[in-house]
Design a protein around this ligand. Sequence first.
Ligand code: PNS
Length: 172
Amino acid sequence: MSRKPAHVIAIYPGSFDPITHGHLDLVERGSRMFDRLIVSVLRNEAKQSLFSVEERKAMLSEVLNVYPNVEVDSFDGLLVEHAAARGATVLLRGIRAISDYEYELQMALMNRRLAPEIETVFMMAHEAYSFISSRLVKEVFGLGGNISGLVPPAVEARLHARLSNHKLKGAT
Ligand code: PNS
């Protein structure tokens, strides 16, 4: 096994469609643990998303530019190959509830099999945010519910813009 690198780089991968306060909390805590944290958006043409990868990256960059050791990237293909290409030795993931555990365990074990030198580190979501998911934020917002406090204001503004755009398109 290789020794601890002098400079520990971690990748925080995800869909981030869009970033929520739950993700943001993990980035903030991760930025204090690792020398460099790369928040990386999966490019997955098969998965339907509300925001394009470029829009998600723009939102992440806007919200995360206060952290000097955090950067935003995207990837396709295998996560461990992306991590290796970026010199990362840690994959960071959050766990909100026991329901997340099974999926995360499977991914962590598969990633370990593919690249044993890369370690998955889990952080427990902050209890204030453990019920938040991008999927539910979109659902509540789409149904007219209040999502303030669940996502950063810049993301809320983008959601409003996206909705009024759709309404405008629907009206023509
Ligand atoms: O935010 P999400 O959608 O839960 O993130 C899932 C993600 C991006 C971490 C996962 O789908 C992923 O790592 N995809 C890359 C493909 C891959 O490496 N698969 C094999 C190992 S599980």
